[in-house]
Ligand binder design. Structure first.
Ligand SMILES: NC(=O)c1ccc[n+]([C@@H]2O[C@H](COP(=O)([O-])OP(=O)(O)OC[C@H]3O[C@@H](n4cnc5c(N)ncnc54)[C@H](O)[C@@H]3O)[C@@H](O)[C@H]2O)c1
Length: 340
């Protein structure tokens, strides 16, 4: 497929009210006039559903149809495919988060395993041209080989969330082998930005600081993470959508992340600076007085970042948003959203 390969296409986005799904739908509506997007989301209350509704309200457009339903429900996807005939599927619906799985393991099996199986079945019976689905950097577990490369062993997940994402990769591989469904799995690294997820660390740092509370930085803030700005992720997803795999077993997996780590300490200090500039924090805010430095937690990984050369080789994709730019956009949005 070429750049105009999306012209006239109907694209199904699952998790369309989520952080990445809504940003992706927004981008596609902006950049491709002749497109139709079907969004599905069950609007669950893992985090505030009002934020999900607010994201959807930005997508009001004749070219966008939203369906509130659960992908794990056996009736939902067959009916949706029969009505809309999407040729391309971007599957982002999932139960995310690592800690939540301790008390809610069922949610991960339902959404991430049963839900993914229903997506694969729907793609199988409707000859989907390309399924792009979200996996996660968490499949790398406790690996200390950096940067993480796709060929690395990922057989040792350290959370149920990671185990479900790894299972999805295996299920997609088997459906590609059995039925020739072209599928691309994307292992996403920490994504941040406007309209982001309140359960993620950077967002709760913003919440705590603006409420005058203290944030806790483990390993004294000396952790390196591949913080990836949302626009770089949606750009990568759009670019890979145009290149369905053509191998005999048409399934492949790419890392998608900034590809260069930032130190948590730097991330937090830029965040506080940008929250000051946008008016969420007072000009004389003392970050040090609101930061507790703690030793490394058991099971924490000091560094994670992606080798993205495989994705770059296929699509030319190159993430370019630096921390200052990305956190400025986040802080401006966060400040305005809090005032509503
Ligand atoms: N944000 C990140 O940093 C990150 C990192 C790695 C992987 N990912 C993956 O990327 C994808 C999108 O993540 P996000 O950050 O936008 O998360 P999100 O939680 O904001 O979005 C997921 C959406 O899926 C919906 N959903 C969940 N289960 C569903 C079901 N059974 N039926 C219908 N809808 C359902 C939720 O209501 C939510 O709106 C997920 O698969 C996630 O695991 C995200």
């Amino acid at each position: 497929m070429t750049e105009s390969g999306l012209k006239g296409k109907t694209i199904l986005i699952t998790g369309a009210a989520g952080f990445i799904g809504a940003a992706l739908a927004y981008r596609l509506l902006q950049q491709e006039p002749e497109i139709r997007i079907i969004g599905i989301d069950n609007l669950n209350d893992y985090y505030d559903p009002a934020l999900k509704e607010a994201r959807l309200s930005r997508l009001k457009d004749d070219r966008f149809a939203f369906i509130k339903a659960d992908i794990a429900d056996p009736e939902t996807l067959p009916a949706l495919f029969a009505q809309y005939h999407p040729q391309l599927v971007i599957h982002l619906a999932a139960q995310a988060g690592v800690r939540y799985s301790i008390d809610h393991p069922e949610a991960y099996i339902q959404s991430n395993i049963v839900g993914f199986f229903r997506i694969l079945e729907a793609c199988r019976h409707n000859h989907t041209e390309h399924l792009v689905y979200a996996s996660s950097s968490s499949v790398y577990g406790d690996s200390d080989v950096f940067p993480f490369g796709e060929e690395q062993n990922t057989d040792h997940p350290v959370s149920l969330y990671a185990a479900t994402k790894k299972s999805d990769e295996m299920l997609a591989e088997s459906y590609a082998a059995l039925y020739g469904i072209p599928a691309t799995g994307l292992r996403l690294f920490t994504v941040y930005g406007p309209w982001g997820r309140p359960d993620m660390a950077y967002f709760s740092f913003a919440d705590r600081l603006t409420h005058g509370e203290t944030i806790r930085l483990f390993n004294y803030g000396n952790c390196d993470r591949d913080f990836t700005y949302i626009d770089d992720i949606t750009e990568g997803i759009c670019s890979v959508l145009l290149y369905p795999p053509e191998a005999a077993v048409p399934h492949r997996i790419f890392n998608i992340g900034k590809g260069s780590p930032d130190r948590l300490l730097d991330f937090v200090s830029v965040l506080a600076e940008k929250l000051k500039e946008s008016g969420s924090l007072p000009q004389d805010f003392d970050l040090e007085a609101h930061t507790e430095y703690l030793p490394m937690q058991k099971g924490d990984v000091r560094t994670t970042y992606a080798d993205t050369s495989q994705l770059e080789a296929v699509t030319g994709y190159h993430p370019h948003t630096d921390l200052k730019t990305g956190l400025e956009e986040f802080s401006k949005w966060y400040t305005a959203y809090r005032k509503k």
